[in-house]
Design a binder for this molecule. Structure first.
Ligand code: E4P
Length: 226
C-alpha cells in the first residue's frame, strides 16, 4: 500500500521523505488554510520534494470553474493530480480532465456507488472518507473494502485511496482491505513508528550498554592502580 501524507506543511513532508516512506501528498482547502500564503507556491514546493502524486483541490463548484482551476494546477508540475469533489459537476469535470490526460482524485466519496461512478468517469484515484463515516456511526472501512473489490473485479483501472484516516489502526485496516493508497496526517504517521515496548526496549539496551562500559572502565582503572 502506498502512503501519502495528508498535509500542506512542508516540514512534515520533508521529514516523511527522509524517513523513506513518502509516496505522495494530498492537500485540501482546510489543510492549506493552516499554512497560508500562495497555494501555487506550496504545491510547487511539495512537488519538488516528492516525485509521487500531489493532489491539488479545486474549490469551484461549476464545471467551467473546476476545469479552469484544474488546468492551471496541471501546469505547475507533472506530478499534480487534480482533486475534484464528487458531484454532478465534478463527474463532468473528471470526464473532461480524463480526455485531456489530466489525472484526477475524486474526493468526498462516502459510498461505493459514488466511487464506481467516479471510476467510470475516468478518475485516477477514488478517495473514500473513512473517519468522517465512522464519525456518523457508519463503517467507513466497508466502503474501502467494497471499492477495492469493484475495482479489482471489473478491472476499472483506478486506485482506491483511503482518506480521512483518524488513527493508526485505520492504516492497518486499509492495508488489509487491499487499499492501493492511504493518506495519513503526519501525527498518525509518527504514531505508527512508535510502540511503548520499542521505546522502553531502546532505553533498556542503552542503560545495559552504558553499565557494561562503566564496569569495563572501572576494571581498567583498578588494574592500572594495582
Ligand atoms: C484527503 O484527501 C482528505 O482531504 C482528508 O483525508 C480529509 O480528512 P478529514 O476528514 O480528517 O478532514
Amino acid at each position: 500500500m502506498k502512503i501519502f501524507l495528508d498535509t500542506a506543511e512542508i516540514d512534515e513532508i520533508r521529514t516523511a521523505a527522509r524517513w523513506g516512506v513518502l509516496d505522495g501528498v494530498t492537500t485540501n482547502p482546510t489543510l492549506f488554510a493552516k499554512v497560508g500564503g500562495s497555494y501555487d507556491d506550496v504545491l510547487e514546493q511539495i512537488c519538488r520534494i516528492t516525485p509521487g502524486p500531489v493532489s491539488a483541490e479545486v474549490v469551484a463548484e461549476d464545471v467551467e470553474g473546476m476545469l479552469r482551476e484544474g488546468r492551471h494546477f496541471a501546469t505547475l508540475a507533472p506530478n499534480i493530480v487534480v482533486k475534484v469533489p464528487m458531484s454532478e459537476e465534478g463527474l463532468e469535470a473528471i470526464a473532461c480532465f480524463a480526455e485531456e490526460g489530466i489525472k484526477t482524485n475524486c474526493t468526498l466519496i462516502f459510498s461505493a456507488n459514488q466511487g464506481l461512478l467516479a471510476a467510470k468517469a475516468g478518475a485516477s484515484l477514488l478517495s473514500p472518507f473513512v473517519g468522517r463515516l465512522d464519525d456518523i456511526n457508519e463503517h467507513g472501512m466497508d466502503v474501502v473494502r467494497e471499492l477495492v473489490a469493484m475495482v479489482t473485479t471489473h478491472n476499472l483501472g483506478t486506485e482506491v485511496l483511503a482518506a480521512s484516516i483518524r488513527h493508526p489502526r485505520h492504516m492497518t485496516e486499509a492495508a488489509l482491505a487491499g487499499s492501493h493508497v492511504a493518506t495519513v496526517p503526519f501525527k498518525i504517521l509518527r504514531e505508527m513508528i512508535h510502540h511503548p515496548l520499542t521505546d522502553t526496549g531502546i532505553l533498556r539496551f542503552r542503560k545495559d550498554w552504558e553499565s557494561v562500559q562503566a564496569a569495563g572502565r572501572d576494571r581498567t582503572h583498578a588494574a592500572a592502580e594495582a
